[in-house]
Design a binder for this molecule. Structure first.
Ligand SMILES: *Cc1c(COP(=O)(O)O)cnc(C)c1O
Length: 237
């Protein structure tokens, strides 16, 4: 069953790329495995998936400890509490949810310089700088993670100045919209913010946008990374 879900998601990505006149390889898939057991991650890895995303630190590190034999690229996509930055900096390859200066500073200071000092061992130890995406709160939703669009330049400059961080781009979770044209309009606003970021930081290469319900619209508006949970694993319990 996971087998056909994986095929379906990959076909949706291919079709959306084709419709947008983009090569299929221009979009990377992150499997969002929060609330899913380690054996489901292992199975999807066996089918060929390498990028996995988690939202809750304790749950993620428990599963990582069961999967140390696999060459997984781990993405942290959940809200970041400042007392969790040390563990996040040590256990993940990417962080999608950086939204304030305090978090930038802590991740930069706490990213282990020596890959051997990381908490989770595995075949290919985590090395080098932490890949950082700045999360934007596109719809100005109260209580939601993400910085205001006009805070992006200051945060981007702060990430870019740290040796142990690499600025890769932006992430957003727009408010849910049912109709495709409405989804597209929201992602196009994000695309414009990304273009602005890129003009000041030509090295950025990642726009993380689109989930199970709206990945087609995100890809039409330039997403290079989609984060899919339910579409791959089924409904979360
Ligand atoms: C849960 C989650 C997803 C996946 O959402 P689905 O609707 O299950 O595809 C993507 N991104 C983030 C940040 C999430 O928390």
């Amino acid at each position: 069953m996971a087998d056909s879900a994986f095929k379906t998601v990959r076909r949706r990505i291919r079709d959306a790329c084709a419709a947008a006149g983009r090569p299929a390889a221009s979009v990377r898939l992150v499997a969002i495995s929060k609330t899913q057991p380690a054996d489901k991650i292992r199975y999807l890895h066996h089918l060929g998936q390498r990028r996995f995303g988690e939202s809750y630190l304790d749950e993620a590190t428990a599963k990582q400890a069961e999967l140390t034999d696999l060459d997984i690229e781990w993405h942290f996509v959940g809200p970041i509490q400042s007392n969790k930055t040390r563990a996040i900096a040590a256990a993940f390859d990417w962080v999608h949810s950086v939204d304030r200066l305090k978090i930038v500073r802590r991740l930069a200071d706490q990213r282990p310089a020596d890959p051997k000092s990381r908490q989770v061992s595995r075949q290919e130890p985590l090395q080098g700088p932490l890949n950082v995406l700045i999360q934007v709160n596109l719809d100005d939703e109260p209580g939601k993670s993400g910085c205001a669009p006009d805070a992006i330049p200051e945060l981007a400059a702060a990430v870019a100045e740290h040796e142990r961080l690499t600025l890769r781009g932006l992430m957003a979770i727009p408010a849910p919209r049912e109709r495709y044209p409405d989804q597209l309009r929201a992602f196009e606003r994000l695309q414009a913010l990304y273009a602005e970021l890129e003009s000041g930081h030509p090295g950025v290469d990642t726009l993380s946008a689109g989930m199970s319900a709206d990945l087609e619209a995100a890809i039409a508006a330039g997403a290079t990374m989609v984060r899919v949970g339910r579409g791959l694993f089924g409904a979360r319990g």
